[in-house]
Design a protein around this ligand. Structure first.
Ligand SMILES: [Zn+2]
Length: 166
């Protein structure tokens, strides 16, 4: 007979984990990370499951004290979306993850929804053209007109480091 604590210590529910982040559309109609250290050099987002690699190549992301993995915000902010050359979207994360006070880093991520860029300036028109190229190549990814609509469909996960302390 096992000790009850070995398999019966604390209740745990693992739900899908959603976070808001930004992406950089390119002239080739691809989506790049806004910050390269998060993943390997040359990484491009795809439909379905994306798998992060650490630039140090010594471990599977995400690991405490490193910068690897797919980053996303769960605190209602999105500091990655700092200028009009990026677009926003929500990812569903899985695999190995680390969490902090603003969001998480994850080994695996799937884009569940993207937000149309604004089209009121010349630079935004260029971003919109790149974004539309990506969407034509990835018609399975839903697009919504604004970030509120994205967050309504896929609310970011309310996870905090303190949720996981004993
Ligand atoms: Zn790493």
């Amino acid at each position: 007979m096992n000790n009850p604590e070995e398999f019966d210590l604390r209740p745990l529910t693992i739900e899908k984990v959603f976070g808001l982040r930004a992406f950089k559309p390119t002239d080739e109609g691809t989506l790049k990370p806004v910050s390269m250290p998060a993943t390997q050099t040359g990484f491009l987002w795809e439909s379905g499951e994306n798998i992060a690699k650490c630039v140090m190549k010594v471990h599977i992301p995400a690991v405490l004290g490193c910068k690897c993995g797919f980053w996303a915000y769960t605190d209602g902010s999105n500091e990655y979306h700092f200028n009009p050359t990026s677009v926003q979207g929500i990812i569903e994360a899985s695999g190995r993850m680390v969490i902090g006070t603003k969001g998480f880093r994850a080994e695996k991520a799937r884009i569940v929804v993207l937000v149309e860029p604004d089209s009121d300036t010349i630079i935004n028109h260029r971003i919109e053209k790149r974004f539309n190229m990506f969407i034509r190549k990835h018609p399975d990814i839903p697009v919504v007109p604004n970030v509120d609509a994205a967050l309504f469909e896929f609310p970011v996960s309310k996870i905090r480091p303190s949720d996981f302390r004993n």
